[in-house]
Design a protein around this ligand. Structure first.
Ligand code: NHO
Length: 377
């Protein structure tokens, strides 16, 4: 039989986008070298902020191995999302086009319903689409074939928006679809915050460095955003909690609609640069050191966690004390951990743990979703 063609448009070729394209190339080879190839992958569009490359024609795609050269030599600006949706809707096999959004751009996220309603599927690690206002969430799932949209609509998958390649979103869906009732989800949802607190308060006593020194170290090692306030404000964790809560049926209005403990001292909230922030942080070490010593006296460690109390319909993000023998207390490096308490997993939660940040594992989450979509098209 003739293999089916799947037409791919990749928006965003940064750390994650590059890793995705290289994994996509390998997948394409594996598909084609199968004795009975079922799927042929055609790259028809690739874009970064400043430029884009569009295939000459659907039957003349961009060779995946040379996407970078093609993009570099292009002088075309990126297409506006509605124009890209129109182009992809004209794919020769209708409904066989997939957009991979590897940006964190909010406008692109807001255009998912346009792609979906034109039969174009969307796969993405972009948290903005699923953790901004609730209306956008509703619009996306109302337009998708795997939401309440028509069978002719595109599919939406976003595993890598939480926990990178870890199977978090698929697990939440499986629990619910098999009739389980999720009561609570809690965990360390940020690789950055994991690394920071595992260094600030390692197991075995309060012998980590001062908080400001640990923040500087984490930043120097590339574990934080260039301006660490973008991690320490807790918004990344709040966004992930919002996604999980909504999947579990809690209609969270936005990631700022519940208590989120920011670790940025008030006095440093408005300093101009990340550098100034890191320089000013040592004067506030005493405050958080006191919290650390208090935890140490109880034989506990401090961890920055996100909690979704599904039963009460509440989310919370902030510092909590854990016994070192607790799975959250014993976490290492920059690992993420997610514990799911459900009717079936009542006393012993379902726990998923592992690396939750980085381009390769995030790209793996995206590619696994893409493979699922290929199977559905
Ligand atoms: P980059 O390297 O900034 O790349 C963004 C790309 O998008 C660039 O090529 C840029 O030119 C392009 N772009 C931006 N706006 C555009 C536009 N309007 N049109 C066309 N192109 C445009 O970002 P990354 O690191 O590659 O991340 C890409 C996406 O993956 C983001 O949505 C990010 O949130 C998401 N993501 C990344 C990671 C990660 O580890 N890098 C993770 C999850 C999702 O699990 C990871 C995570 O959460 C890490 C987190 N900080 C933690 O746990 O501590």
């Amino acid at each position: 039989s003739v293999p089916k063609n799947v037409y791919v448009a990749v928006i965003g070729t940064g750390g994650v986008g590059k890793a995705f394209l290289s994994q996509l190339e390998a997948l394409s080879h594996r598909y084609l070298s199968s004795p009975t190839p079922k799927t042929r992958i055609s790259l028809v569009y690739a874009a970064r902020s400043s430029k884009a490359v569009l295939a000459n024609a659907y039957h003349d795609p961009i060779p995946i191995s040379s996407w970078s050269d093609s993009l570099n030599s292009s002088s075309t600006p990126p297409l506006e999302p509605p124009a890209l949706a129109d182009f992809l809707a004209k794919a020769p096999a209708p409904g066989r086009a997939v957009v991979i959004d590897n940006t964190s751009n909010e406008d692109i996220a807001r255009s998912y319903p346009i792609f979906l309603s034109k039969g174009v599927s969307v796969v993405t690690p972009n948290k903005k689409a699923f953790s901004s206002d609730l209306d956008l969430w509703k619009a996306i799932f109302a337009a998708a074939a795997n939401g309440s949209g028509p069978a002719t609509a595109g599919y939406i998958y976003h595993e890598a928006s939480v926990g990178a390649g870890l199977p978090i979103i698929s697990t939440v869906k499986d629990l619910i679809e098999t009739g389980d009732i999720i009561t609570r989800i809690e965990g360390v949802l940020s690789g950055t915050m994991s690394f920071l607190f595992n260094s600030f308060m390692p197991i075995g006593g309060a012998n980590g460095g001062g908080f400001s020194a640990e923040v500087r170290n984490a930043r120097d090692l590339g574990y934080t955003e260039p301006d660490p306030r973008d991690d320490l404000n807790g918004l990344d964790v709040a966004r992930k909690c919002t996604v999980l809560a909504r999947l579990a049926g809690v209609p969270v209005a936005s990631p700022t609609s519940f208590p989120v403990q920011s670790l940025i001292p008030k006095e440093l909230e408005n300093v101009k640069t990340g550098e100034e922030f890191v320089d000013g942080l040592p004067q506030f070490d005493a405050q958080i050191e006191a919290v650390k010593q208090e935890a140490a006296k109880e034989g506990k460690v401090l961890r920055y966690v996100g909690t979704v109390d599904v039963t009460k319909g509440e989310c919370e993000v902030g510092l909590r004390k854990f016994d070192p023998s607790h799975p959250i207390g014993g976490l290492k490096g920059s690992d993420n951990i997610f514990s799911f308490y459900t009717k079936r997993y009542e006393t012993s939660p379902l726990v998923i743990q592992g690396s939750g940040a980085g381009a390769e594992v995030t790209a793996m989450g995206i590619l696994a979703d893409f493979i699922k979509v290929c199977g559905l098209l």
